[in-house]
Design a protein around this ligand. Structure first.
Ligand SMILES: Cc1cc2nc3c(=O)[nH]c(=O)nc-3n(C[C@H](O)[C@H](O)[C@H](O)COP(=O)(O)O)c2cc1C
Length: 441
């Protein structure tokens, strides 16, 4: 009945628009989705109409733009999406919800999150959100104090645990002039998350094709639900003087992929970053820790409430010691730097938290397997991911990595050259299996 498709092309996206300032961006969002071949129909709340007009939305979509439950009902059997036949389901809110491949709400207000978390159905959008079996993707946007409010955070957690996907919010300047988490994710990120959610959902979730099942995500995809995972990313910087540092070429991509995948699998993620050059994942709060000692402090603090640590950051093995207070001047005879060993973060964490699950990365350019086993042993790790950045296509800055995993029992698995996202997934599946059965924290 439905054809094989990939991504957004020919997908049916039901876009919910709620009453936040970012609603003015939704005509452009629709344009971007339509450019990729999506058929977009819109349900806007009454309050959303204060921020964007129905005419503005109508001018960019071929599908209906509706607000009221009974207004939708008056349209009978639809069609609810461009090019689709009239619905076989008599009630509009059920028909449109069930014919969608995905329900995206952008912006999603604090109010919408609360309603969906509690199952309220007092308008067309909230009713359709309960009636759908399609994946749900939310792009929250609100003032930073609202986003950080424990009630809103709890609602977001409830929804994530239920398999609802989130894109954003992001840190930045907010409509009210404040700075903080709460900005709606960039439109391009929302389009990408929509594509990801559709691809992860596989084929159509439409009424005639979809068996009753939880929203969009298979049970195994939520294997880290209720867990807190600390992930480090990037390369540390050890200052030599006020303007120079010892660093490395880590981009942060591997750590970011781990953080994103861990969140996708239902974990609460604490992301600690050194210097990075890759774009950070949207919607995951970050703590910056540039030097080895700052990172050691941040990791030990975060581990108090965590189940596992994945040290993907490239941590400097050496430091010049206390930096010079002024710029070291050029000298014809050259300058000699004395480097001391830095502290070993993983060993420190292991001695402080003997039972927590620790995953390390070993970056080796020689006998990788032997060096990896030795590092696993010396640091008391549960799992080590060994990679050689000199292998073609792998390593720093690349989207791929060639990784071999060795666990505490000595078992070795060569993952080969894969995307960093796949490597992240393989590592996190092992972490989830190891944590299964253990009480959280
Ligand atoms: C000028 C203005 C801007 C607002 N911006 C937001 C916002 O960005 N995010 C949010 O959650 N609520 C925002 N609100 C509050 C919501 O409009 C309010 O909670 C409303 O009940 C949401 O209704 P809805 O979720 O049905 O659209 C704003 C209110 C006003 C008056």
């Amino acid at each position: 009945m439905t054809e094989a498709r990939s991504g957004l092309d020919q997908s049916r996206v039901l876009l919910g628009v709620t009453g936040g300032v970012a609603a003015y961006k939704t005509p452009e969002l629709i344009r971007l989705l339509a450019k990729e071949g999506a058929h977009v129909s819109v349900v806007m709340t009454r309050n959303a109409r204060r921020f964007v007009t129905r005419d503005a939305l109508k001018s960019v979509t071929h599908g209906p733009v509706l607000t009221g439950l009974f207004e939708a009902q008056a349209l009978g059997e639809g069609p609810w999406f461009e090019g689709s036949p009239p619905s076989t389901l008599g009630m509009a809110h059920i028909g449109m919800a069930r014919e969608a491949d995905l329900v995206l709400v952008a912006p999603a207000t604090a109010n919408l999150l609360a309603k969906l978390a509690r199952g309220l159905a007092d308008d067309l959008l909230s009713t359709a959100l309960l009636a759908t079996r399609a994946p749900i993707l939310l792009a929250p946007a609100m003032n930073v104090a609202m986003w950080e409010h424990p009630a809103v955070q709890e609602n977001a957690r409830i929804l994530r645990d239920r398999g609802v996907r989130f894109v954003g919010p992001e840190e930045g300047e907010l409509a009210d002039g404040e700075w903080g988490m709460g900005r709606m994710a960039p439109l391009e990120a929302i389009v990408e998350a929509t594509r990801d959610a559709l691809e992860a959902g596989g084929m159509s979730r439409r009424a005639e094709a979809a068996p009753p099942r939880p929203q969009g995500i298979a049970i195994s995809d939520q294997a880290l639900r209720g867990r807190t995972i600390v992930v480090t990313a990037g390369g540390t910087e050890e200052p030599i003087d006020p303007v120079r540092v010892i660093t490395n070429r880590s981009s942060g991509k591997m750590g970011f992929a781990l953080a994103e995948e861990a969140r996708r699998m239902g974990a609460r993620v604490t992301l600690i970053t050194a210097r990075t050059s890759a774009p950070a994942p949207v919607g995951i709060a970050r703590t910056e820790a540039l030097t080895v000692s700052a990172m050691a402090g941040a990791v030990r603090e975060a581990m108090r409430d965590a189940d596992a640590l994945i040290m993907a950051a490239a941590v400097s093995d050496f430091t010049p010691g206390p930096p010079s207070g002024s710029k070291i001047k050029r000298a014809e005879s050259g300058v000699t730097l004395e480097l001391k060993a830095t502290q070993d973060i993983l060993r420190a964490v292991r001695s402080e938290f003997p039972k927590k699950h620790l995953v390390g990365f070993a970056l080796e350019t020689g006998d990788e397997e032997r060096a990896g086993r030795e590092k696993l042993e010396r640091k008391g790790l549960d799992l080590i991911a060994i990679n050689n950045p000199l292998k073609p296509g792998a390593g720093f800055g690349s989207d791929q990595n060639d990784v071999t995993l060795i666990d505490r029992s000595g078992a070795l698995e060569r993952l080969g050259l894969r995307s960093k996202r796949d490597v992240a997934r393989a590592i996190l599946e092992r972490v989830a299996r190891a944590l299964a059965g253990k009480a959280a924290r």
